[in-house]
Ligand binder design. Structure first.
Ligand code: UD1
Length: 353
């Protein structure tokens, strides 16, 4: 069984990916500081899969702790690095925390991997690196834009760090300075669009701390009566109904893509770094997401149109054909499946908490 280290494996995308990996026969070690998740997620994963992954509670931006962790798990075959802080507004208020947390941890993970001789990495990047693109849909060659907030900048800089690591490896190979048995670096940066939805078991899902920043948990919490009203941030954009458009992707489709990425790295011929857009390839407006929620759950949602949110882009969706072509992966689940599964998860939370 191949052992995979999943950092941030108790988080939203991480937990769904761990489920998929376990169900495909991987051996999983989760590293998480539980700063935005709960240890009980591990029990939920065990309930779904019948396998309980090891959980190491660790702050990866603590170099000593991180290197010790990699030494303990030096038999790992690959790493999927989700662990990071991701709230746009919070990153504006606490930039130093974001840079330290997201960048230090990446540097120490890479150092730990280098020392352990484990050089296969799947990195969680984001469509945020594209900013507001000129042409839609965006391909992986669409130019990246200067970041609009510290969070977005950590994703951009992280991609650059990874490219430099691979470049350093390639330069060493050319100069013949690497040891004969040096394993090549294989890095995939996956640029996620807007992941929503939850596992069909409703045992795991998104668990935002406090007031949600993102659309889907705000919708489900409003429908559950935890928030009085959803504010739709702007209906005066240059889109068919005036509300912004995003490429929403079911978190289980995203989890599948990580397994496809792992398999791709094992295929002969791949080394170095590559980038993949992970989106459904369709754009939906905020109002369309609300309509889908109302249709799939049979509930009316209380919402009102409010002013634009600072820093929001107007519209973006992915050309995900490269992932389809090379990873053999495609998003399968519909928007209604996304909104309904998110609601079932919210309902299960109301029952258990
Ligand atoms: C943002 C980040 C993205 C990050 C993601 C996860 C940017 C530009 N985007 O995505 O990189 O990965 O968060 O944290 O950095 N909306 C409302 N009312 C609400 C909440 C949202 O109308 O209460 C609207 C927004 O205006 C937007 C859409 O819903 O049009 C989606 O918003 P959200 O879920 O926050 O995701 P993004 O801003 O696209």
């Amino acid at each position: 069984m191949k052992k995979v280290i999943v950092t941030g494996g108790t988080g939203f995308i991480g937990s769904h990916t761990v489920v998929e990996l376990l169900q495909r026969g991987y051996d999983v070690v989760v590293a998480d500081d539980l700063s935005n998740s709960k240890a009980s997620v591990i029990d939920r994963i065990a309930e779904i899969t019948g396998e309980k992954p090891i959980l190491e509670i660790i702050d990866l931006s603590d170099r000593t702790a991180c290197l010790r962790f990699f030494k303990m798990h030096s038999d790992a075959d690959a790493v999927i690095h989700f662990a990071a802080a991701k709230a746009v507004g919070e990153s504006v208020l606490h930039p130093l925390h974001y840079y330290r947390n997201n960048l230090d941890s990446l540097l120490y993970v890479l150092e730990g991997m280098e020392k352990a001789g484990c050089r296969k990495l799947v990195y969680s990047s984001s469509c945020t690196v594209y900013g507001q693109p000129e042409h839609l849909p965006v391909t992986e060659d669409t130019p990246r834009q200067p970041a609009t907030c510290p969070y977005a900048n950590t994703k951009r800089v992280s991609e650059d760090i990874l490219a430099d690591v691979v470049h350093g490896y390639e330069a060493g190979k050319q100069k013949g300075t690497l040891e004969a048995d040096y394993k090549p670096w294989k890095i995939l940066a996956l640029r996620y669009f807007n992941p929503i939805g939850a596992h069909p078991s409703a045992l795991i899902g998104e668990l935002p701390n406090g007031v949600p920043n993102n659309l889907m948990p705000y919708i489900t919490q409003t429908a559950a009566g935890l928030r009085p009203c959803l504010q739709v941030f702007g209906d005066d954009y240059d889109t068919p109904d005036g509300t912004p458009i995003r490429d929403y992707i079911h978190v289980c489709d995203l989890a599948d893509a990580h397994v496809a990425a792992m398999e791709y790295m094992d295929k002969g011929g791949f080394e170095g770094m590559d980038y993949f857009n992970l989106g459904a390839g369709h754009g939906y407006s905020v109002l369309e997401v609300i309509q889908s929620f109302e249709r799939s759950t049979g509930q009316k949602l209380n919402y009102k149109i409010a002013g634009r949110r600072e820093g929001d882009i107007e519209q973006i969706w992915a050309d995900a054909s490269k992932a389809n072509r090379l990873l053999g992966w495609k998003a399968k689940r519909s928007l209604d499946e996304m909104t309904l599964s998110a609601w079932k998860w919210q309902e299960s939370l109301s029952k258990t908490i």
